[in-house]
Design a protein around this ligand. Structure first.
Ligand SMILES: [Zn+2]
Length: 442
């Protein structure tokens, strides 16, 4: 089927970003077939279905390179006792109970809801990190089904950790990696690992062996809080990145999430091995763990992308948060204007390409047909020269109207076409209090 998305302002992104007014994107099947002036495209593709994009900006679908779907049901939950006063307490009192309290239906619902959120925010590719020890085996299949139903792309993994049982989760990753293989462009697999401070050398070595044999990368939290660095130095006499590197976790398909508490030697290892880092500014601020040395890493040539860490699914909000955080942290109003969009628009596309083998993040002929179509009437002239100004100060607050992934319209006119949001949210409201109750008993 061929569809013309016409009369919009198309922002192509890619190496040579172009802003095309009154332009049309033609989609044929799962790919972009053509791009050009609306009148010319109408002549070339007269039989195509038409989606009018007047008053809208057409962008490539957004990519989130670190998410936790499973965190959904914690929203609004009360936590008994004193408030957690540091990062490790946040894990012990909140997240390590939330994941243990999830049962089978919770896992499904808590994937479906953020997937709906992704579609609503034009996020069409997600790299997720899952944990549900009480319903572990087969959990990734359930999430895969939810992703396929939603129609977006996702790379999935299960969080291996020694905190409940040694090597817990290895088998689920191994099974899923084998099943997915090199992926089909919609679903990919990684070896998921929690963090250095909850993993023994033996567990890490086993994970790395499986990942290497299958040719997939490892997805692990690294030095999110100073506690991870302190633990690595105390137990293994080396810094976190160094320890993980010596055990073989680094590599150009691997993702090291956060890297807040790392030194220059560790940054050099990340750059030399081509290991990706994913920055999650909102999460770092929420957990009060510190500020990622973003500019130092970029200067050294580390590939740094942008994730939400489960805080949400709106990537433009996350991008502006990075912009604001690093201006304030550096007390310098000259920085981050280029870098924050770069993480989202360029680097996330490169990280996703390593997972899915697809060139996402650009509207061009022959590229995958993933689009975020946003209501936006530019109040000032808009061109390639000032697009970032519109992105940071205008588009961030605009509403996504239509979302397309793999050539399929998932939402049109703000109406979800692929999932019953009302039913799913209602069922989640029924089950969440039961999950909270189980959690209190852990
Ligand atoms: Zn995370």
């Amino acid at each position: 089927m061929t569809t013309r998305f016409e009369n919009g302002i198309v922002v192509t992104l890619g190496e040579k970003n172009r802003v095309l007014w009154n332009a049309t994107v033609v989609i044929d099947g799962e790919m972009i077939a053509a791009l050009g002036d609306s009148a010319a495209m109408k002549q070339h593709f007269p039989e195509a279905e038409v989606v009018d994009c007047a008053g809208k900006i057409v962008l490539p679908g957004f990519i989130c390179t670190h998410h936790h779907f499973y965190s959904t049901m914690a929203r609004g939950m009360g936590i008994p006792g004193e408030p957690a006063s540091n990062f490790v307490e946040i894990l012990e009192r909140l997240w390590w109970k939330v994941d243990r309290a999830l049962d089978e239906e919770d896992v499904l619902l808590s994937a479906q809801l953020p997937l709906i959120d992704c579609i609503r925010n034009g996020t069409t590719t997600i790299i997720d990190h899952h944990a549900s020890p009480a319903f572990r085996d087969g959990s990734l299949d359930l999430i895969e089904n939810a992703v396929r139903q939603a129609g977006v792309r996702a790379s999935l993994c299960y969080e291996v950790s020694d905190r409940n049982i040694p090597g817990g989760g290895i088998a689920e990753n191994k099974r899923f990696i084998k099943k997915v293989g090199q992926g089909d462009g919609q679903i990919a697999a990684m070896m998921g690992m929690h963090a250095s401070f909850t993993l023994s050398n033996a567990t890490i070595e086993e994970c790395v062996g499986i990942a290497r044999e299958a040719g997939v990368g490892c997805h692990i939290h690294v030095a999110e809080d100073a506690a991870d660095r302190v633990d690595s130095l105390a137990k293994y006499y080396r810094t976190t990145v160094k320890r993980l590197h010596m055990l073989g976790v680094t590599g150009d398909k691997s993702i090291f999430v956060h890297c807040v508490h790392i030194d220059e030697d560790e940054m050099d290892i990340l750059a030399e091995t081509g290991t990706s880092v994913v920055h999650n500014p909102e999460s770092n601020m929420n957990n009060a763990v510190g500020v990622t040395p973003l500019f130092k890493m970029l200067k050294k040539g580390v590939l740094v992308g942008l994730g939400t860490d489960g805080m949400g699914s709106d990537m433009l909000v996350q991008m502006r948060c990075a912009y604001l955080l690093h201006r304030l942290a550096n007390r310098d109003p000259r920085v981050a204007f280029m870098e924050a969009p770069q993480l989202l628009l360029q680097n996330n596309a490169t990280i996703a390409q390593r997972q899915f083998g697809l060139k996402l993040g650009e509207i061009a002929e022959g590229r995958p047909a993933d689009l975020a179509i946003i209501d936006y009437q530019p109040p000032t002239p808009l061109s390639e020269a000032n697009f970032l100004g519109h992105l940071i100060f205008g588009l961030v607050d605009a509403t996504v109207d239509t979302t397309v992934c793999k050539g399929k319209i998932l939402m049109r006119g703000k109406q979800l076409l692929v999932m019953d949001e009302e039913r799913i949210a209602a069922r989640s409201r029924e089950l969440a209090p039961l999950m909270w109750k189980r959690l209190q008993e852990l």
